[in-house]
Design a protein around this ligand. Structure first.
Ligand SMILES: *Cc1c(COP(=O)(O)O)cnc(C)c1O
Length: 350
């Protein structure tokens, strides 16, 4: 027998490319095209190297924790901070999806969900989106081991109404329902008010998209005190020092600049709306997006061809060679100048 037979084998998540080449237009991983708040830069300059000798604070003892609690008007025990929302979501899969019954999520969604289910040996079932790429709430009413979906969904950009989310959470009070709000700041309506009524709802947020801090790796979850306690119990059984000192401090500085945060979100929304008009004029169709990206398909030219031709022009967008979505491109909203370069290149291709 070989040791290899007993290895936990997984097919890992494949993130969008991070080319090292300078000067490319990078519209492939939904990062923010604008820098973080100047207050983050100031905090970076203030940081003391000598502090790195010491272990970091636990997140719940950090200023960032208190700031997020008051920002959302939460109770003190209702929040969990992790290394990006990927860490938070991974811990949530490990903690809450433990019944043996299948966890439900859409067939077209964040492609990390099935990877976590696989690595933790969690049964799951994918529920097809309808023909307009919307979640069908009826699909989430039967017996299951938990529910997770992003709202707005990724990569489609489609938003689900809070009333519909409530119906799902209400019908599933025997399991944990997770709403991944990675893109909620780009014009969506948050499910946060539902937390008052349901102790089985966990809402996950990130600093990576709307707060322009993907490199700092900050995410958090809000939910009932009980959910958060169970999440912490598992987290502190895996790795107790997950959040590093710098990220806790820079995240706190970011939270102090609400005006800048609103400004960059509004700029991205305005560019998205202009981009929708430009793409329509070029012959693309797409669901209305509530994210910082557009999921577009062209009436004549295959997505794969456009993807490859754009790359030759040093413009990176995201393409998945997967059923149902292999004729779509997910285009992150960049600056107005970046989008103009994209439209110019697209004119030459389509
Ligand atoms: C980007 C993204 C995340 C992960 O964000 P990090 O906080 O950078 O780990 C989670 N969920 C969805 C739907 C995303 O698009």
């Amino acid at each position: 027998m070989s040791w290899e037979e007993n290895v936990r084998k997984v097919v890992p998540y494949t993130a969008g490319e991070q080319p090292v080449k300078k000067g490319i237009i990078k519209l492939n991983t939904n990062e923010c095209p604008y820098p973080p708040s100047p207050m983050v830069e100031a905090a970076m300059r203030r940081a003391e190297c000598d502090d790195l000798r010491l272990y970091p604070q636990f997140p719940e003892k950090s200023k960032l924790y208190d700031t997020l609690v008051s920002y959302h008007g939460l109770d003190k025990e209702d929040i969990f901070i992790g290394v990006g929302s990927d860490d938070v979501l991974s811990m949530a899969f490990l903690t809450f999806f433990n019944s043996g019954r299948p966890v439900l999520f859409p067939d077209i969604t964040y492609s990390f969900y099935d990877v976590w289910a696989e690595v933790y040996n969690i049964a799951y079932l994918k529920k097809p989106l309808d023909e307009n790429f919307c979640i069908r709430k009826e699909d989430y009413m039967g017996e299951n081991g938990g529910i997770i979906f992003p709202n707005p969904n990724a990569p489609t950009g489609a938003l689900m109404a809070v009333d519909d989310i409530e119906e799902i959470v209400k019908a599933n009070q025997d399991v944990v329902c997770i709403v991944d709000e990675a893109y909620i700041d780009f014009g969506g309506v948050s499910a946060l008010p539902l937390l008052k009524k349901y102790d089985n709802l966990l809402i996950v947020r990130t600093f990576s998209k709307s707060r322009a801090m993907a490199g700092a790796r900050i995410g958090y979850a809000v939910g009932s005190r009980k959910l958060i306690k169970y999440l912490n119990d598992v987290k502190y059984s895996v790795n107790s020092y997950t959040m590093n000192r710098m990220s806790l401090e820079l995240g706190e500085a970011c939270m102090q600049d609400e005006a800048y945060f609103k400004e960059i979100c509004n700029k991205i929304i305005a560019t998205r709306e202009r981009s929708e008009k430009e793409l329509t004029a070029l012959g693309f169709t797409f669901p209305r997006s509530y994210g910082n990206f557009i999921f577009a398909s062209h009436k004549n030219v295959r997505a794969k061809e456009i993807f490859e031709r754009l790359k030759e022009n040093d413009i990176y967008v995201r393409f998945w060679d997967k059923p149902r979505i292999d004729n779509y491109l997910r285009i992150t909203i960049g600056t107005d100048e970046q989008m103009d370069a994209l439209f110019k290149a697209l004119k030459g291709i389509v």
